[in-house]
Design a protein around this ligand. Structure first.
Ligand code: HEC
Ligand code: HEC
Length: 478
């Protein structure tokens, strides 16, 4: 009997409890057999019912309740971790207020002098202009009505404070003083790795967790900070240089290695920043980030929470002690960070679980030509040989998914900033959601056709123009 029948197991346990004398063993066995036989009968009857109900497991919360014992614990654990992970991804700052507030004093820039800060403050219009997004589902209905009627002043920083207080500005978490001024501000993963669907207005809509925010101008936001000394001292440069670097990033980009190696510009003079990648579709993918060899999702999550968001936690990676490759990290002791309170480690499990649960989004109906995409799929797996590295359905290699720069015909600057001196094979699903900013780590290819042309030249694929178009339609369908 392959079906572990929960009823059978329970009845057996009940029976065992009633027959706790050693001499009753045979009786127990008999009862067990009877129960098993009954269970087998039940299984036949219920089998066809449960087959159909199991198919709807995800829609049917009641189904979990039928589970017993450890199976039930697993399901409940999964549900709980998913929910906790979502909260962490969206709202947790890991105590990074100690950086964004105490050091950079970003809260003063946001609220402006009217609330005891500095300068004019950040109006909702300015916030939207630097790519911050507003979750319309966090706004009370009367506020939505007022915005619709144009009764809300979108030029007033006080409105920004109200929006932050409602937890509606994606990835920006505030705490407030009695007088309504901003006491502290911190950032969460959601600021870079989520956006909205613009259902209400550009920049205001329903949350899309895991989507790359390619409008977000991180450099411009950090630049607003009245005190950049934490950066000037870490990088050992003056404030004008820090500002120049921050201004070089532009929308949708950030440099996650600057605070390790201090390299702000490439040898060709272009900014070293990379595009913000999506944080969906990560399940099954071994290595993460553009540069290869850092680690899996939970490695990178711990890295970011501790070293990018500058939360308070514990982080260990002896590779960061290398003073030649990572001089800034080695000076700062990033290879072995121990904050006095650890607000990261306990959250890593649920955060990883949630991230792995975020699927790649499905391209909108009508956004690509189906017939062309089907032809493109054949090319992808055949003549163009893309599937050799982008192995479906993960679209990256199962295993150590990295390649030297020479394998893909580009320079090795960003590759050499990573431990494996290589590039990670990008998983391609949901490409349609991050066309803004271009493709490859630095957006060097503005369109998918540019990417295909690059491979066509570099790999001498001899694709015809219609074939290139078919391949592009397939990429849009992923
Ligand atoms: C300031 C913007 C920013 C914030 C905040 C941020 N990230 Fe990222 N994230 C990036 C960038 C840029 C990269 C690419 C880094 C690289 O390749 O060097 C990245 C890469 C990733 C990746 C790898 C994606 C892939 O394609 O493999 C994951 C996973 C990730 N981030 C998760 C997180 C989590 C979890 C948090 C919160 C703890 C977070 N990020 C906060 C900008 C950000
Ligand atoms: C030798 C392995 C390899 C082959 C073959 C290959 N790729 Fe790639 N691909 C990569 C790597 C590595 C990257 C990451 C480049 C970077 O980080 O800048 C990448 C990136 C991409 C991207 C950019 C993804 C993004 O998020 O910006 C696209 C699109 C892409 N490849 C499509 C293709 C197509 C189409 C083919 C076939 C014509 C192909 N690749 C063949 C390894 C490969």
């Amino acid at each position: 009997m392959t079906v572990r029948n929960d009823h059978g197991i329970n009845h057996t346990e009940d029976a065992m409890r009633e027959n706790n004398e050693a001499t009753a063993r045979s009786t127990t066995l008999m009862i067990s057999i009877i129960v098993m036989v009954l269970a087998a009968g039940l299984t036949v009857v219920l089998g066809y019912l449960s087959n159909s109900s199991r198919a709807q497991l995800s829609d049917d919360r009641g189904a979990n309740q039928k589970e017993q014992g450890f199976d039930r614990q697993i399901s409940e654990n999964a549900q709980q971790m998913l929910e906790q992970g979502k909260q962490i991804f969206r709202y947790d700052t890991f105590g990074d207020e100690a950086y964004w507030t105490d050091k950079l004093r970003l809260h003063h820039a946001i609220q402006g002098s009217k609330f005891g800060g500095v300068g004019g403050g950040v109006s909702p219009k300015t916030a939207l202009a630097v790519g911050l997004k507003v979750d319309m589902d966090a706004l009370p209905a009367d506020l939505v009505e007022k915005i619709k009627k144009g009764e809300v002043n979108l030029d007033d920083p006080a409105t920004t404070l109200a929006l932050i207080k409602l937890n509606s500005v994606l990835g920006v978490k505030g705490s407030f003083n009695q007088d309504g001024s901003l006491k502290a501000v911190g950032l969460s993963c959601a600021v870079c790795h989520s956006t909205v669907d613009d259902a209400f207005a550009p920049g205001i809509g329903h949350r899309l967790d895991g989507w790359a925010n390619r409008d977000l101008n991180v450099g411009a936001i950090v630049s607003l900070s009245p005190d950049l000394s934490v950066l000037t001292s870490a990088l050992q440069v003056d404030e004008a240089t820090v500002k120049k670097v921050l201004a070089s990033w532009g929308p949708g980009k950030f440099d996650a290695e600057l605070n390790l190696d201090g390299k702000a510009f490439r040898p060709d003079g272009k900014p070293a920043a990379t595009l913000i990648p999506p944080a969906f579709g990560m399940a099954g993918v071994n290595l993460h980030t553009w540069g290869g060899g850092w680690g899996g999702v939970t490695y990178w999550n711990a890295f970011v929470a501790n070293l990018e968001l500058n939360g308070q936690g514990t982080f260990f990676d002896a590779r960061l002690n290398d003073p030649k490759k990572y001089p800034v990290a080695a000076r700062a002791g990033f290879g072995n960070k121990r904050s006095s309170t650890d607000m990261v480690t306990a959250k890593l499990a649920a955060l990883q679980f949630y991230q792995l649960a975020i699927p790649p989004p499905t391209p909108p109906e009508g956004s690509y030509d189906k017939a062309a995409a089907a032809r493109g799929e054949t090319l992808f797996k055949g003549k163009a040989n893309c599937a050799q590295c982008h192995v479906p359905p993960l679209f990256t290699e199962p295993g150590w998914n990295t390649h030297k720069a020479a394998d893909i015909g580009i320079d090795d600057f960003q590759a050499n900033r990573a431990p494996d001196n290589s590039y990670r094979t990008s998983p391609l699903r949901g490409l349609f959601s991050h066309t803004k900013g271009g493709f490859y780590h630095d957006g060097r290819f503005a369109t998918l056709l540019d990417v295909v042309n690059h491979y066509n030249d570099f790999k001498k694929l001899s694709l015809t123009e219609p074939e290139k178009k078919d391949l592009v339609e397939y990429l849009k369908s992923l």
